[in-house]
Design a protein. Sequence first.
Length: 323
Amino acid sequence: MRFRIISLLCALALSHLGLGQASADVVVVSEFFGGRIQAFDVNTKVETTLATIAGNPGLSGLAYHQASNTLYASALNHGGIYRLNGQTGAVLGFHALGIGVAGIAVNASGNVYVTDFGSTNVRIYDSTFSNVANPGLIVVPGANPTSGVGFLNNGHTLIATAGGGVYRHDGTNVTLFANNPLASAQITTDALNNTYIGHGLGFSNNAFRYDANGNLTGSIEITSDMVNSTGLGEPGTSPSGLVFDPNGDLFIAVLGRTNPGHAGGERGGLFKFSADGTLLETFAVGSSAYSSAAYIASVPEPSALAMVSLIGLVRLSLRRRSR
């Protein structure tokens, strides 16, 4: 009888805390012109605003570090990086870097890699940017500025440039990974070593897929019709923001062909594809210009976790008493 009562109390408590049904993961995207970070529920596709950065920040990149629940957003027009709580969107800090911040990525250790649209450098900061005065540095050959950054599964860093191809940094040397001037935006790699690189310069409709050796193995096209383009603006739709979900499916955030200065307004979008390029779902069409994407898994509230622990202890105590 005691166990039945406790089970009923547990069910009621979990229901009251909202744990009877877990909250959903979200894909977040950055609006380059609008300054908002939008969150899309991966199950219902419902869109909400996670955060708004005022003052025309030119949000150009997103990266999420799950262990610390920190979302990093690069603001090209503000010359720095915003740190936010990944669940609430609260701004934890802003770090002025004095460079043309573009792409951003965070590795498993929490180190933050930032590309510079004004140079051929990639700068490496700790998780709270305490080393702003003396960051790590990767220098890419050539004259094309760095624009996108990501990692292979072996820990090597991939660096996309604006028109100069993609480079690999193995911790010591920088070598050419892919000689593709259109591969210029966010970089993401799945568990099977498929690496996708987006395009953010307005000249291509494609995100490009590579194997671990830099061989082109395919591409995904975002056509003008898919984003309801008016036909104005740049020649390419610029699928610039890329992130894999835990199932190995790929979300692509699209800048679009137009911007607020054109008669048709912005025409971006958000789409979900399988790793082989099959369109699975459409989340947004004719939207604001989305420059980057990140995947944020839901995190239970601390109070809920405490209640679950308490319930477990009570049940364990009752078991011992019944022996």
